[in-house]
Design a protein around this ligand. Structure first.
Ligand code: AMP
Length: 148
């Protein structure tokens, strides 16, 4: 079976990202690209908070940048293959995947019981409308519980 040459790894930068990355790295791709999307506070809260959120937004951006650089370093993913963007995660992941011509998008998904909980909302959103394959890696469970 052919392997995927170019993978876009989508991470929320929580501790679960390590599990997702581990799976992506084991697929033997030539190129791994990593994306983290920052949801603008204005999108999340709209006009509900009557104050200037730009300072907080800048802090969130700076923290995410540091975190993404550290995370990518552990995977040996060079700077030019790291994407830190603003927007809605699903839409931005689709956009960047198309831009770089990714063959596979790898996301995390919460592996709980019951059909409705099979996919988390972001994983679900990424799956629908993607123009390439999508791998949803079960997270939030011990790695040794995952079937190989
Ligand atoms: P969910 O189940 O909706 O929490 O989605 C979990 C997975 O979606 C994470 O493991 C990531 O792969 C992806 N994801 C969630 N939020 C983001 C984000 N802000 N940027 C990039 N990927 C994300």
């Amino acid at each position: 079976m052919n392997t995927y040459n170019k993978i876009l790894l989508s991470v929320d930068l929580t501790v679960e990202s390590n599990q997702v990355a581990h799976r992506a790295m084991n697929l033997g791709a030539k190129e791994i690209h990593v994306i983290h999307v920052i949801e603008p506070l204005s999108l999340a809260y709209g006009g509900d908070i009557p104050m200037d959120l730009s300072t907080v937004q800048d802090q969130i951006h700076d923290q995410a940048k540091t975190h993404l650089i550290e995370f990518a370093k552990t995977l040996n993913v060079p700077t030019e293959r790291q994407y830190l963007v603003f927007g809605r995660p699903e839409a931005e992941v689709h956009r960047v995947a198309e831009e770089i011509d990714a063959e596979l998008i790898v996301v995390g998904s919460h592996g709980r019981h019951g059909l409705s909980l099979l996919l988390g909302s972001t994983a679900n959103g990424v799956l629908h409308g993607a123009s390439c394959d999508v791998l949803a890696v079960r997270v939030g469970i011990a790695e040794d519980e995952q079937k190989n």
